[in-house]
Design a protein around this ligand. Structure first.
Ligand SMILES: *[C@@H]1O[C@H](CO)[C@@H](O)[C@H](O)[C@H]1NC(C)=O
Ligand SMILES: *[C@@H]1O[C@H](CO)[C@@H](O)[C@H](O)[C@H]1NC(C)=O
Length: 181
């Protein structure tokens, strides 16, 4: 009998806490679901259509949700189109073939000494495909030293390798200073 009373009291306590809980949640109802786009329900009238949590296209241009950071047709602002060959990086139209801060892709930054040639970071001082300037290719058996195309076999300032400068008056033959001594 005693345990039945305890049980009833317990049940009553649980029930009343549920009622209290429901009442509490009744005071702050869940937020309404985000609006959904439709023919007459467009983002120019209802910006919230674009700005939902985690939205990748949070801005509204001409009734369409877009990302002004990355959209080539709306770069930085609605209707700002990037010219052909340019890409929208953080709201700016850039040439990712040449831009050191966006080389090959938005946000890909070249190292201090590197340049961006055809979307690739290169060291113009030593790169045999881009020697001195982008696109300046070294011919067969030629090399790039300090941005200059040289022939290791005969160049007295770069004899055999870039850093090998021959003594004054010495020729460079077959990549060796001094010739046929
Ligand atoms: C949109 O609005 C027009 C005119 O206000 C109305 O004729 C049409 O039925 C509406 N369409 C929808 C899908 O609500
Ligand atoms: C490279 O892109 C940045 C934007 O990330 C821009 O500010 C800068 O002017 C661009 N540089 C050139 C040379 O276009």
């Amino acid at each position: 009998m005693e345990s039945l009373i305890i049980f009833s009291v317990l049940l009553l306590t649980i029930t009343s806490s549920f009622v209290a809980l429901s009442a509490a949640s009744g005071r702050s109802p869940p937020p309404p679901p985000p609006p959904v786009a439709s023919a007459n329900h467009t983002c120019d009238k209802y910006p919230a259509i674009c700005t939902g949590v985690g939205s990748v296209n949070p801005s509204c241009c001409k009734k369409t949700c877009v990302n002004l950071n990355t959209d080539n047709l709306n770069c930085g602002k609605c209707g700002k189109q990037c010219a052909s060959g340019k890409q929208c990086c953080k709201g700016k139209c850039v040439n990712i073939q040449k831009n050191r801060s966006n080389c090959g892709a938005c946000g890909y930054t070249c190292l201090n000494t590197d340049h961006c040639c055809s979307g690739t970071c290169v060291n113009l001082k030593t790169n045999i495909l881009n020697c001195g300037v982008c696109g300046n290719k070294c011919g067969l058996n030629l090399n790039c030293c300090d941005g200059e195309i040289v022939d290791f076999l005969t160049n007295v300032k770069h004899c055999g390798w870039c850093q090998n400068k021959c003594k004054k008056g010495d020729p460079c033959s077959d990549g060796m200073c001094g010739g046929y001594a």
